[in-house]
Design a protein around this ligand. Structure first.
Ligand SMILES: O=P(O)(O)OC[C@H]1O[C@H](OP(=O)(O)OP(=O)(O)O)[C@H](O)[C@@H]1O
Ligand SMILES: Nc1ncnc2[nH]cnc12
Length: 178
């Protein structure tokens, strides 16, 4: 399945979780066999040119696509978890996203110095989440140059914010008009 067909499988829910947010719901894509496989194949086609040693995914939706992509590329998967979930010493970053605030945490022993890590999430909106993830991985010694998403919402300025942090944005689908 190509990007346009994949886009057609994403459900838009107005005013969730807050008034004014157009929520791009991936659950309808996940429940569709060809859609799920197609989204991973499209991500893998992009990722193969990015020369990664490992894949990192952001809880929760980034775990779904990140793990599947890591399997497809035969790379390890590094979880960036929401606060308070990891049973070991962590490093953390607080951040703001399109509709709230949160904290991501990483076990820094999961990455090694100079390891090239590809950052994965389902969706790029303001970029707050992805920037927090990249900062954590870099603090742990990883080299993070690229972030790959299923969906980009360009009007929310995420790619510009990522570029300011020297991160290149890649995505399968783009929704003009958030
Ligand atoms: O670019 P941003 O403005 O930072 O927004 C993007 C983030 O928002 C969503 O996560 P959410 O925090 O809703 O968590 P979930 O994956 O647990 O649903 C989405 O999965 C991204 O991680
Ligand atoms: N508009 C949106 N739809 C789905 N997930 C999101 N995360 C941040 N903004 C979002």
């Amino acid at each position: 399945m190509g990007p346009d067909e994949l886009k057609g499988l994403i459900r838009t829910v107005p005013d969730f979780p807050k008034s004014g947010i157009q929520f791009r719901d991936i659950t309808t894509l996940l429940a569709h066999g060809e859609g799920l496989a197609g989204s991973i194949k499209q991500m893998a086609a992009i990722a193969r040119s990015l020369d990664a040693d490992a894949v990192a995914g952001i809880e929760a939706r980034g775990f779904i696509f990140g793990t599947a992509l890591a399997l497809e590329l035969e790379l390890g998967f590094v979880p960036l978890r929401k606060a308070g979930k990891l049973p070991v010493e962590t490093i953390g970053e607080d951040y703001a996203l399109e509709y709230g605030t949160a904290r991501l945490e990483l076990d820094p022993t999961l990455v090694s110095d100079g390891e090239k890590v590809l950052l994965i999430d389902d969706l790029l909106a303001t970029g707050g989440t992805a920037i927090a993830g990249a900062r954590l991985l870099r603090r742990a010694g990883a080299v993070v140059e690229h972030a790959l998403f299923v969906i980009d919402l360009p009007e929310l300025g995420g790619a510009r914010a990522l570029a300011d942090e020297t991160l290149k944005t890649h995505s399968v689908i783009s929704f003009e008009g958030h």
